[in-house]
Write a new protein. Structure first.
Length: 57
C-alpha cells in the first residue's frame, strides 16, 4: 500500500474541501502506455505539467 507524503489524512480532507469550494480542478492529461516513456522523460527534465494518467481502453 502506498501513502501520500504530502500530509495527513486531515490535510488531504482540508485540501480537497478548499479545492471544491473554489472550483479548483486538476490538470489531467490522459495518455497511452506507449506515451509513458516520453512523459517520464518530461518529468525527469522538469518540463512536465499537470498530471498524466495512463488509460487502458
Amino acid at each position: 500500500m502506498a501513502a501520500s507524503p504530502s500530509g495527513s489524512p486531515h490535510d488531504l480532507r482540508d485540501t480537497l474541501a478548499f479545492s471544491a469550494a473554489h472550483a479548483i480542478l486538476p490538470e489531467v492529461t490522459p495518455i497511452t502506455l506507449d506515451q509513458a516513456p516520453a512523459v517520464l522523460d518530461a518529468m525527469a527534465d522538469g518540463s512536465a505539467r499537470g498530471r498524466s494518467v495512463i488509460t487502458f481502453a
